[in-house]
Design a protein around this ligand. Structure first.
Ligand SMILES: [Zn+2]
Length: 138
């Protein structure tokens, strides 16, 4: 079977951001995929919302006392289904968001470098103003 032509177009040469890696990091830790993409605000937002939701929804007695997969699994089974689904859905959205942001930054980076129209320095894609000279971006 020829698989070369069917490879997904996430080659690292456009901006160096791999969507699958951003997704994987998000699975490992909430917000980590966005940290990798240098989307600090989004990373913090995802981290806080997932940690807060977990802290609010998961009763302390259910919390796994050890950080192992089996402990996490039995803790998840002890939870009401709605709570498990809510946390799972948030995690999946976080992963999806990281993946899409990585894909988007790769596509944008190919044709349009995010630079400030005023000072010409590289600007964080998430900001609406230049973090160097505070000029507004368009
Ligand atoms: Zn500037």
């Amino acid at each position: 079977m020829e698989t070369d032509s069917a490879e997904p177009a996430d080659s690292p040469d456009s901006t160096g951001k791999r969507p699958w890696l951003a997704a994987l990091l998000s699975v490992l830790y909430p917000g980590l995929g966005h940290v990798y993409l240098r989307l600090w605000g989004r990373a913090l937002l995802w981290f806080l919302s997932i940690v807060t939701a977990t802290a609010l929804l998961v009763p302390p007695e259910v919390y796994p006392s050890t950080l192992s997969v089996s402990a996490a699994m039995s803790a998840a089974q002890a939870l009401p289904l709605t709570i498990s689904i809510t946390i799972l859905a948030m995690t999946l959205l976080n992963v999806l968001d990281a993946y899409l942001m990585a894909k988007r930054s790769g596509e944008e980076g190919a044709e349009d470098e995010a630079t400030c129209p005023n000072c010409g320095r590289e600007v964080d894609e998430d900001l609406e103003f230049c973090q160097w000279c505070t000029a507004e971006r368009r």
